[in-house]
Design a protein around this ligand. Structure first.
Ligand code: NAD
Ligand code: TYD
Length: 338
């Protein structure tokens, strides 16, 4: 395969590139990434000299660039990760979310259609389905109606609709996956798990929004990459697959307690702070379709995944300390000045 990976310098994209080049050394990958605050080429140091890997710094909103790259690199498959991905930033400033997540996806679809791409895989989120009530058994599945409630999830929902529309209207061979909260190595430390781990290492408190009883489904990033591998090789064109983890309704406060316990720290590190506006109460994902159709299931249980992740952040302190001393500081000033 000749893959165009968008957003490959981000958290999941870089894990995907490392996974793919190891498993399929004969395939070629072109990584197109704008290198926003979230993009980091250090994630890809180990493959930068691989002759089957190329990187271009550029914007997915630039149609002539995308079109010329698809031609130049003879791309047959697009794996679309590039996005503005953090809910709190979308609340502070929705503009880049609308631009990249909606317009950027539209540009890629146009370029894919024009160049007769064999597969366009779109990475999306469970957040497009809104919030489930606490203490219910309800889960999102592939038939759940869209109900996004933040600028981030609304922009991702719009992108999902565009991708599906290009399949129905123009016959573009697409697949879509909606996954739950990923965690693992190389995640930018603005998201809950890496924020908690790195704050604890620095001796700082962990901010818990509201009552801390918000629930997310947690997916280890390598399990996500394996699911994408199956969808790209065996997934049915036009279909959507839900990808989730092995956690069962664990509230945020319990996630942080688990991290504290593994790191040998007490609860004095917990600090309750003002809630996120429009905070979705609960996400839960039914991944039985991908299990049935493609025999995928998550393999890494939450305790093991957390230990692996904590270990990675302990061993790679230079990676996140550099991040935390840059643009990050300004974001946190804005975030807590609201
Ligand atoms: P991330 O924020 O870590 O990385 C995003 C990457 O996209 C960065 O490298 C950034 O530089 C790049 N990018 C942003 N705008 C761009 C543009 N206009 N042109 C080119 N590149 C651009 O995100 P992530 O956590 O790796 O998420 C990847 C995808 O998975 C996103 O589409 C996100 O919506 C989706 N997703 C993420 C999670 C999660 O838990 N992280 C869960 C569900 C879905
Ligand atoms: P986050 O990692 O931002 O992912 P998402 O909003 O996409 O689910 O947040 C995960 C959960 O943790 C969410 O319920 C918000 C909460 N949270 C905190 O309580 N404190 C924090 O500092 C952050 C970043 C998130």
């Amino acid at each position: 395969m000749n893959l165009l990976v968008t957003g490959g310098a981000g958290f999941i994209g870089s894990n995907f590139i490392l996974y793919w080049l190891k498993k399929y050394p004969q395939d070629k990958i072109l990584n197109l990434d704008k290198l926003t605050y979230a993009g980091n080429l250090e994630n890809l140091k180990s493959v930068e000299n691989n002759p089957n890997y190329n990187f271009v710094k550029g914007d997915i909103c630039n149609l002539s660039l995308v079109d010329s790259l698809i031609k130049k690199y003879n791309i047959d498959t697009i794996v679309h990760f590039a996005a503005e991905s953090h809910v709190d930033r979308s609340i502070l400033d929705p503009a880049p979310f609308i631009k990249t997540n909606i317009e950027g996806t539209y540009v890629l679809l146009e370029a894919a259609l024009k160049n007769k791409i064999k597969r366009f895989h779109h990475i999306s989120t469970d957040e497009v389905f809104g919030a489930l009530p606490l203490n219910s058994k309800e889960k999102f599945n592939e038939k759940t109606a869209y109900n996004p409630r933040s600028p981030y999830s609304a922009s991702k929902a719009a992108s999902d609709h565009l991708v599906r529309a290009y399949y129905v209207t123009y016959g573009l061979p697409i697949t879509i996956s909606n996954c739950s909260n990923n965690y693992g190595p190389y995640q930018f430390p603005e998201k809950l798990i890496p924020l908690a781990i790195t704050n604890i290492i620095e001796g700082k408190k962990v901010p818990i929004y509201g009552d801390g009883l918000y629930v997310r489904d947690w997916l280890y990033v390598e399990d996500h990459c394996k699911a994408l591998d199956l969808i790209l090789h065996k997934g049915k064109v036009g279909e959507t697959y839900f990808i989730g983890g092995l956690t069962k309704d664990i509230p945020n406060i319990e996630v942080v307690r688990k991290i504290l316990k593994i790191m040998g720290k007490d609860e004095s590190y917990i600090e309750y702070v003002k809630d996120r506006p429009g905070h979705d109460r609960r996400y839960a994902i039914d991944w039985s379709k991908i299990n049935r159709k493609l025999s995928w299931k998550p393999e890494v249980d939450f305790d093991t995944g957390l230990k692996l992740t904590i270990d990675w952040y302990l061993k790679n302190q230079d990676w996140w300390k550099k991040i935390k001393s840059g643009e990050y500081q300004k974001y946190y000033q804005k975030q807590y000045q609201k």
